[in-house]
Ligand binder design. Structure first.
Ligand code: FPP
Ligand code: MG
Length: 333
């Protein structure tokens, strides 16, 4: 659960005024999703939007807009498109993964039915694209289309690689770039594009979001091995049990080819989890330093993200973007 894994990214009492105001605007805009005839589509969408989620992506867009001297209220509809696409992708993801709960509540395909869920996801995607088209921004439309293409290709590529012993660190990072970092990059890059920043600033905004997205996913992968199962909300080693080598596992295998033999035995075992394989693999990742290397990579991603915006105007908004970045790497759930 991508959203709920963030432990209170920005506590309300610590939130600066700009975030509280922008968040209100984001909620209001998300809540206004409507369809012309269908009763179910807005019901499903509003149910999901009100079930939680930290709105990290649109808040990043607002932060970038403000840092560059603009006003998010001017772009309220376009600002939420990252959240709309994110939500559509999760609706579809839960169908294709067969996951029954999302954000602590029944997934859309369980609360409604798979047909309604898939089609409501399609509707939300179309709405996001229409919003951008109505804003008259062909450049943003292209960026959004490329981002959705990345999400879909990342999901399919990951599926193709499932239980494949040839998953390398490069494969894993490519999947993470496509599935996670692309939408973070869309959020920050679009903020700079909306205020018509110059090309160099737009590239910096993109690098900022990409670094945050990669770090976010690296931490997700670390928590899969080191987190408390209760806090994280899923068992240790879940990715491996699903046939995915995440970052620590891929680093472990690249340093120690014998580990792949162990993983293959785990995948072939009658009851991979029950026979203690996961525990043994976890210890090996720990002892080989793979966990530590993955943590270092996450720190480097954040450092790279922050260095991309180091020349941006100093002030409370930039400080807040920095603390959001820190919270991404320091979370424990
Ligand atoms: C969560 O992954 C899923 C994604 C980050 C993207 C999923 C993309 C698709 C299903 C393609 C369709 C895309 C659109 C835009 C409709 P996860 O299963 O690793 O994480 P989870 O634990 O949150 O389920
Ligand atoms: Mg999933």
């Amino acid at each position: 659960l991508i959203e709920t894994k963030i432990a209170e990214p920005i506590r309300v009492e610590n939130r600066l005024d700009w975030q509280t105001g922008d968040l209100d605007q984001i909620e209001k805009t998300l809540g206004s999703v409507s369809a012309r005839y269908s009763r179910t589509i807005p019901e499903l969408a509003r149910g999901l939007f009100s079930a939680g989620g930290k709105r990290m992506r649109p808040l990043l867009t607002c932060g970038v807009i403000r840092c560059l001297g603009g006003s998010p209220a001017e772009f309220a509809e376009v600002v939420v498109t990252s959240e709309v696409v994110h939500t559509a992708s999760l609706i579809h993801d839960d169908v294709v993964d067969g996951t029954r709960t999302r954000r602590g509540a029944p997934a859309a395909h369980v609360a409604f039915d798979p047909k309604t869920a898939v089609l409501a996801g399609d509707f939300l995607l179309a709405e996001a694209m229409r919003t951008i088209a109505l804003a008259g921004r062909l450049d943003l439309l292209d960026l959004a289309a490329c981002t959705i293409r990345d999400l879909v290709e990342g999901e399919v590529y990951e599926w193709e690689k499932t239980f494949d012993p040839d998953q390398t660190v490069e494969t894993v990072r490519t999947i993470q770039q496509l599935k996670t970092a692309s939408l973070f990059e869309y959020a920050t890059r679009s903020g700079a594009m909306l205020v018509d920043a110059d090309k160099r600033i737009i590239e910096q905004a993109g690098r900022f979001g990409r670094g945050l997205g990669l770090a976010f996913q690296a931490v997700d992968d670390l928590l899969d091995w080191t987190g408390d199962a209760g806090t994280v909300g899923k068992p240790v080693g879940q990715d491996l049990l699903e046939g995915k080598l995440n970052l620590p596992a891929a680093i472990g295998v690249s340093n120690d080819p014998g580990l792949m033999e162990m993983i293959k035995q785990c995948w072939d075992a009658e009851d991979c989890n029950g026979e203690g394989w996961i525990q043994k693999i976890r210890e090996r990742l720990e002892n080989d330093g793979a966990i530590e290397k993955a943590r270092k990579l996450a720190d480097e991603d954040v450092a790279d993200a922050l260095s991309a915006i180091e020349n941006w105007p100093e002030g409370p908004v930039k400080d807040d973007l920095g603390s959001l970045a820190q919270q991404i790497v320091q979370r424990d759930s």
